[in-house]
Design a protein around this ligand. Structure first.
Ligand code: SF4
Length: 496
């Protein structure tokens, strides 16, 4: 598929839109090119000054026997994004006709549609925001309703976040083995076991430095989240040391949540659960992804359904009263009925929350190198529709939502929970309105200026070996937290 661009710089958005329809194909982008090569599939997107300060817009597509052409126009007073949106609408409509599919999120390709809806609602009111989603961005009624309900449900938590709030993220990028669909920076324990003791020791030092930054800037910790990887892939003693470090260096008296992902059921032991409970962890996540052993084998998870069920019961036995479980729609070899059975099996355990992801088709995942068949988008959509109705009738509500690039069927990930069990961290990270101080390899600190839509990111090194060998730089980068708040002219804290 060739994408021709002329007279504009909307390369990224036009390419993303093409990928909604041709996700298996390479999109070859040709800039400053106003003529399509004859007889090849492609789309031309063109913007030309109209002589009065506005732009004439043209999109022409050729896909197999299909031929499409559409024109639009922006006036001199329209912002440049309006030309981008209008070109996007033309392209989307033609590719929908050519391919016979209509992606449910319309021309929205961003990660945070609910954040956009909230922003539009703040500016124009909910009714007009809904109209913009439906008519200007071509979002389906189903996804609009989901976005509206999610926006309302996350509102109560967002209202509790203050200008001086922050959350703490601790990255433990190790897993027992690497899943075939994984595109994260996570190393298998088998390969990296010897790095873990030093990694944990240095991570405790970074936590200490982050604690100092929080005190210096007068910040208040609203939530703590240990993610990965699989945090429970390390030993009980190592987990205990990290949790102790968090308690030693942060004041958690206002903390609403302390989550540890115990993602892989094969890493959950009574000893580790005792460490978590005694360390004040309030929420854990045990992630089956599917309750089909056959699908688990295909995706290289190397644990069984029995281990998931046992891990869940053990966690309850150890007093864990807030457990999330993750499922993935669209896994290779899965079917709608198998997915439904997985969800039913998860609900029978009565977790407090269930997060339903859609498989993301990242090229870095082993699945693609192995050539494992990818499921159809419509089957994944049916899985999500089943999840939505089954979870709703079981008393769950959607409270956070995000999307990734290359998702099967261009769908979404949704966190569902029983009322009162919303994870503050998940809501804050999606809304991007609160500073997240992140520690560990692959972690990114996000500094949010209160009251402004301004975010600065400070990245840590990706891999544990880099994190260890360049640790002094990691510590130095934490100084940027204080610098950021100093530049905020003391709006958060006097920094005395
Ligand atoms: S458990 Fe998660 S982070 Fe670890 S390998 Fe599997 S998908 Fe990747």
């Amino acid at each position: 598929m060739k994408l021709y661009l002329y007279g504009h710089e909307f390369h990224y958005e036009m390419e993303n839109l093409c990928r909604l329809f041709f996700h298996r194909q390479k999109i070859e982008v040709l800039e400053n090119c106003r003529d399509m090569a004859p007889e090849e599939d492609g789309a031309l997107t063109l913007a030309a000054p109209d002589g009065a300060g506005g732009l004439d817009l043209l999109v022409r597509t050729r896909v197999g026997a299909y031929r499409g052409e559409g024109r639009d126009h922006t006036t001199a007073d329209a912002p440049l994004q309006e030309a981008e949106r209008r070109l996007g609408v033309l392209l989307f409509r033609q590719l929908s006709e050519a391919c016979g599919i209509r992606p449910r999120w319309g021309i929205l390709t961003g990660v945070r549609p609910v954040k956009l809806l909230r922003s539009l609602t703040g500016r124009f009111g909910e009714q007009e925001a809904a109209r913009i989603f439906r008519e200007d961005y071509l979002v389906s009624e189903e996804k609009l309703r989901l976005s509206l309900v999610t926006m309302r449900n996350e509102g109560a938590l967002l209202a509790r976040s203050r200008p001086d709030s922050c959350s703490i993220y601790v990255s433990i990028p190790f897993c027992p083995t690497r899943c075939a669909y994984c595109s994260f920076v996570s190393s298998s324990v088998e390969k990296t076991a010897k790095l873990i003791p030093q990694y944990v020791e240095l991570l405790c030092r970074e936590i200490e430095k982050a604690g100092q930054a929080v005190r210096d800037c007068g910040l208040r910790v609203d939530s703590v989240y240990f993610g990965g990887g699989t945090p429970t892939a390390i030993s009980a003693e190592q987990l205990a040391a990290l949790i102790a470090s968090v308690h030693a260096h942060f004041d958690l008296s206002h903390c609403m949540e302390f989550t540890v992902e115990a993602g892989r059921p094969d890493t959950v032991t009574r000893e580790k659960l005792d460490v978590l409970r005694e360390g004040g962890v309030t929420r854990i996540s045990i992630n089956p992804q599917t309750l089909s052993d056959d699908v688990l084998r295909r995706i290289g998870r190397r644990h069984t359904t029995r281990q998931t069920l046992d891990a869940f019961r053990l966690a309850r036995d150890c007093g864990m009263g807030n457990i999330n479980m993750d499922l993935i729609a669209g896994l290779p070899g899965d079917t709608v009925s198998r997915f439904a059975a997985s969800l039913d099996g998860v609900l029978a355990l009565q977790p407090e929350s269930v997060t339903v992801h859609t498989l993301s088709l990242k090229r870095s995942a082993q699945i693609f190198q192995d050539g494992v068949g990818e499921p159809e988008g419509e089957a994944a959509a049916e899985m999500l529709a089943y999840a939505s109705s089954r979870l709703t009738e079981s008393g769950f509500q959607p409270y956070y939502l995000y999307r990734q690039s290359r998702m099967v069927g261009n769908l979404e990930n949704v966190g569902w929970c029983k009322p009162g069990f919303e994870s503050p961290y998940n809501v804050f990270i999606m809304d991007e309105s609160q500073t997240i101080l992140a520690c560990g390899a692959g972690a990114a600190t996000k500094l949010c200026r209160p009251g402004e839509n301004h975010i600065e990111r400070v990245f840590n090194f990706k891999f544990p070996y880099e994190y260890i060998s360049r640790f002094q730089e990691v510590l130095e980068r934490k100084d940027r937290v204080r610098e950021f708040y100093e530049r905020s002219n003391g709006t958060v804290c006097p920094l005395s």
